[in-house]
Design a protein around this ligand. Structure first.
Ligand code: FES
Length: 443
């Protein structure tokens, strides 16, 4: 485990390249990072009625999340106890039961095995169905509409795992009365590149914008706004070890997503005072152009209305899953504008997305990382070392626009999980802010 820890000398800011392509490290990562962390599963609005389900993954493990008749949400491993066939082959839908198509074993939506074809004849009535239910995800909890699951029963609660990240998640989830919903449909696409490359960028890489996205900036914004990007002000914030959020202060004052939409601008104006009443001026007026990552692989872009999971598929491949999130009570015209904006910018054909995917591909296999000489040199994440500060009003460690403090934090957290034998060896974030409970939305 000390070797695993050494892969990320993230206090000093050097990374061993093997963590982006080595199959052995990837195997340990699935076990020690993904099987222990809270992973984003879906939004509660996708599970509106009893029997509604959504198929996803925690790391490499397939799970299906379902709304139960009593209103609770549960998740089970999507793998038949007989021969391992997927019992739910649909991406989402509504079901009374999950019946395996191989030999017909049938499970209730909470995972209990309820029927076995020709039970008496085939099994002489000797099969104990009560012991052959689908394996349950032992912890499933929501934070203001976002549903997370965790395979480790020893893990702390979701809000403890998030720590002060909830203070920043509220900017996305708690702006207005009624909370959020996602627009039906999830974009999914494959990319070359290790999942950590995407997670670290969303956690804290304002820096790439002025190079990677310069052509999009020049084509989508007035020249003066595009110029202003180069010297833009902002923050990188590390609310708790592993989690990160970055802010850019809009050069025009307009929300990023409002580039082509009067409807979004009007909605933001109409709801500004309500949002200030709920969250305070600083979070509403200063912090809409944000990118963020919740450890390990759940990202979002507030003003582009995008939720994202970077599904690990192999050491050098990931699948991006992307949702469009909107204020639930917004008029349909505004929701449509957000959807158009999310697809236009951050989808398989999105203008900004194209730039990022190409980088991650070259930072991984396509860039020759595995080459016998290339792999020897360590990668540099030292920007802003020693310049992280506390902030008079914002929780967490804070740096100015360009810093790699959040990347270092993500890799330190990753190394902590990789080296730990159990949750007893993993720190729980110290919370300094209250969780604001809302009766108008799911907890
Ligand atoms: Fe599912 Fe046989 S594999 S019933």
């Amino acid at each position: 485990s000390s070797q695993l820890k050494e892969l990320s000398e993230s206090e000093g800011g050097l990374l061993d390249r093997r963590m982006f392509f080595d199959p052995e490290i990837y195997k340990v990562e699935l076990e020690r990072v993904f099987a222990r962390s809270w992973s984003f599963l879906c939004h509660e609005s996708q599970l509106a009625k009893a029997g509604d389900f959504f198929s996803t993954y925690i790391g490499a493990d397939p799970v299906v999340v379902t709304r139960q008749r009593d209103g609770s949400i549960s998740a089970v491993l999507n793998s038949c106890r007989h021969r391992g066939m997927k019992v739910c082959r649909a991406d989402w839908g509504n079901a009374k039961a999950f019946t395996c198509t191989y030999h017909g074993w049938s499970y209730s939506t909470d995972g209990s095995l309820v029927s076995v074809p020709r039970e008496e004849y085939a099994y002489y009535n000797e099969i104990d169905k009560s012991k052959l239910g689908l394996l349950r995800v032992p912890q499933v909890q929501s934070y203001k509409g976002l549903v997370f699951g965790c395979f480790d029963p020893e893990a702390p609660s979701l809000v403890d795992f998030l720590g002060d990240m909830t203070y920043y998640l509220d900017i996305l989830l708690d702006r207005v009365d009624g909370g959020t919903e996602v627009i039906s449909g999830v974009h999914k696409w494959k990319m070359r590149g290790n999942w950590k490359l995407a997670a670290e960028q969303f956690s804290g890489d304002n820096y790439h914008t002025i190079s990677s996205h310069i052509s999009v900036l020049l084509s989508e914004f007035p020249p003066e706004a595009a110029d202003a990007f180069v010297n833009i002000d902002g923050l990188e914030i590390n609310p708790a070890e592993g989690h990160g959020i970055g802010v850019m202060y809009s050069p025009t004052g307009a929300p990023f997503s409002a580039g082509s939409s009067e409807a979004i601008l009007r909605w933001r104006d109409e709801t500004r005072q309500e949002s200030i009443n709920r969250l305070g001026k600083e979070r509403v007026e200063g912090m809409s152009w944000t990118h963020a990552n919740v450890f390990p692989n759940f990202s979002y872009l507030h003003d582009s209305s995008v939720l994202r999971v970077w599904m690990p598929k192999s050491p050098t491949e990931m699948e991006a899953w992307s949702w469009c999130i909107v204020d639930k009570k917004a008029p349909q015209e505004v929701k449509n504008a957000w959807r158009t904006q999310a697809i236009r910018h951050f989808s398989p054909g999105g203008t900004w997305e194209q730039d990022d995917g190409e980088n991650w591909s070259y930072c991984s296999g396509a860039g020759g990382q595995e080459g016998v000489v290339t792999r020897l040199s360590k990668l540099h994440v030292e920007m802003g070392v020693g310049h992280e500060r506390s902030h008079p009003t914002l929780p967490g460690k804070v740096s100015h626009t360009y810093s790699e403090q959040n990347q270092r934090s993500l890799y330190r957290r990753w190394a902590e999980f990789m080296a730990a034998e159990s949750w007893k060896d993993i720190s729980v974030p110290v919370r300094t802010t209250e969780v604001i409970d809302r009766s108008d939305m799911a907890k």
